[in-house]
Design a protein around this ligand. Structure first.
Ligand code: SF4
Ligand code: SF4
Length: 171
């Protein structure tokens, strides 16, 4: 298989197809690599840590209120184009089912009925806080969240690098 992935500017459907193809062909080998399984576990723990902190800070409630009363999410159409095939492959390794089509033409390809469908998210999605959040959430709580997000992004970076390294030996 040619592991050269689609360009960042390629349609998201092409990147998804590439990631699914890689998963099917090399997923088993990736799960046999101890460093990868350790990093996947570390990433999962870090993602849970960030989510817990977001809930504790009141951000989850604020976003829900925003969705219900103010016309919806800030996850606009086009944001999916920030994602490359590797990040989608990591989501598949985390047991995420990638969507086949967009739910809402105005929204990101990965936004479902109950929010973002991805587990491993791009730094832009992880780091984003809107003015409503900075105005209404305690800065100390945002600081605590940033710490957790740092762990998430660090684990994601290491995993990304490891998978890319291992893929050099794929034929
Ligand atoms: S991040 Fe801000 S704009 Fe986006 S859903 Fe939450 S409160 Fe609304
Ligand atoms: S958080 Fe998820 S749904 Fe929102 S822009 Fe990022 S990938 Fe799309």
């Amino acid at each position: 298989m040619n592991i050269r992935q689609p360009l960042l500017s390629s349609p998201i459907e092409e990147k998804i197809a590439w990631a699914e193809n890689c998963y099917e062909k090399y997923g088993r080998r990736l799960f046999e690599d101890r460093t990868i399984t350790d990093l996947l576990a570390r990433l999962q723990r870090a993602i849970q840590g960030s989510r817990k902190e977001m809930t504790a800070a009141g951000i989850v409630d604020l976003c829900r209120e925003c969705e219900l009363n103010e016309g919806g999410s800030c996850c606009g159409a086009g944001l999916e184009n920030k994602y490359d095939g590797w990040l989608l492959l990591i989501n598949l390794l985390l047991n995420v089912r990638l969507p086949e089509k967009r739910h809402d033409p105005k929204s990101c390809f990965f936004l479902g009925n109950t929010g973002c469908m991805l587990q491993a998210r791009h730094v832009i999605c992880v780091n984003y806080v809107c003015k409503k959040i900075t105005d209404r959430i305690d800065p100390e709580a945002i600081k605590a969240l940033r710490e957790k997000e740092g762990e998430e992004l660090n684990a994601l970076f290491l995993l990304h690098e490891r998978i890319k390294g291992v893929s050099r030996h794929w034929k």
